[in-house]
Design a protein around this ligand. Structure first.
Ligand SMILES: [Zn+2]
Length: 118
C-alpha cells in the first residue's frame, strides 16, 4: 500500500508536469487516506478542486466559456443551491466556492465538481 510520502511525491511530480488530472486524482486519494485516519480532508479536497480548475483552464479560455458547479443527485440542500452557478477561471480560483466547507451530506464532505459551462 502507498504511504502518505509516496502520494505526496506523486502529487508534486504531477504538479511539476502540469498533469492536473493526475494531481487531482492523487489529492482525492490523499483525502481518503486522511478520512480513514479520522482527520479532516478539506484542504486536500480543496487542492483537488483547484487542480480541476487548472485542468479546464485552457479549454475554457480558448472557447471563452466559464466553469459551472455540478452537484450530485443526492447532494445536501446547500450544495444543490449552488448548482448551476458559473464562474470565470479567475473568479473560481479567487472564490473557491467548492468544495463547500459546510456540507450536511452523511458522508461528511461536499462532492460538487466543476464542469465547462457550454
Ligand atoms: Zn453538501
Amino acid at each position: 500500500m502507498k504511504t502518505w510520502a509516496d502520494l505526496e511525491k506523486e502529487r508534486f511530480d504531477a504538479i511539476k508536469k502540469r498533469d492536473w488530472c493526475s494531481a487531482k486524482m492523487i489529492a482525492l486519494e490523499q483525502a481518503v487516506f486522511l478520512e480513514k485516519e479520522k482527520k479532516s480532508s478539506f484542504i486536500l479536497r480543496k487542492e483537488a478542486a483547484k487542480y480541476e480548475i487548472y485542468e479546464n483552464k485552457e479549454a475554457c479560455e480558448s472557447l471563452n466559456h466559464k466553469l459551472r458547479i455540478l452537484a450530485c443527485p443526492d447532494s445536501c440542500g446547500a450544495c444543490k443551491n449552488q448548482e448551476g452557478y458559473s464562474y470565470s477561471i479567475e473568479e473560481a480560483l479567487e472564490k473557491m466556492p467548492i468544495p463547500r466547507k459546510k456540507c450536511d451530506h452523511k458522508i461528511g464532505f461536499c462532492r460538487c465538481c466543476w464542469i465547462i459551462d457550454l
